[in-house]
Design a protein around this ligand. Sequence first.
Ligand SMILES: O=C(O)CCC(=O)C(=O)O
Length: 296
Amino acid sequence: MLTNEQLRFYQDNGYLLVEDVITNEQLKILQEITYEFIDKSRTLTESNDVYDLDEGHCAEQPRLTRIKLPHKQHQYFDDILKKSGVTEVLRDILGANATLLTSKLNTKSPGGGAAVEWHQDWAFYPHTNDNLLAFGLMLEDVTIENGPLQVIPGSHKGPILSHHSNGVFCGAINPDDPNFNRERITTLTGRAGSMTIHHARTLHGSAPNESNRPRLILFYEIARSDAWPILGASSYFHGLGQDGFWEDLQDRMIIGQPCTEPCVENVPVRMPLPPAPNASSIFQTQKSGGAKSVFT
Ligand SMILES: O=C(O)CCC(=O)C(=O)O
């Protein structure tokens, strides 16, 4: 699916935009399911295992930051990962064995939906090697106005910056960090059905949604199967126990087989500890951890 040029671009820059990666029919199904989920959130007054509510959420105007673990909420969110054009892109980049780490549908509501402060995913979930990426499937057109993803090209080859503030992991870099090269910021816009991919070490963030349209991006985080998570991160699977972890791992296989011989490389790791007072999502981690905002 990817050309050699696209692969080289990803390796050099730590990000890639692939257009029309799913069919119109697949896109329509994903949109329908997503809007149904948003509709069902109307009765909620606080966040729960499925929904993370944004400020101002109410029955008349549902405002969510995200739908949590969509691949566990609806079979189609799992199918699109394992049986679509997306799967072929993952195979091209990660090879014959790839594992899902987590998923989230960031719904960034119109009229100011939450920004995501600049960070490196790797700071949240270090592994034994860094063959990890996150991809975002655009479920609506993403334009400059509705809070697109932004990346710093090449930052995946640089250091892991501090994501701590006042002694806790706040899930964001300090915008005054001299290694944050704002002048290199690249914005990833595209039409619905496109896919952005960023390496786990790539610096990225996104501004609030100041438009009157939703910004729906379905994110999945993926590892080459020989990259094993280091205990101490906030993922749900660290708490499953050995049997539960093994069972859950079978469900998380996207391509190929689990690999029980981790590839251990000399990668820079700073543990995301101690945790922020509320580490239930990146939004809460950044807020309760006292992250300094780039966007306000
Ligand atoms: O929703 C976005 O724009 C970025 C999301 C992100 O980087 C994350 O959830 O780690």
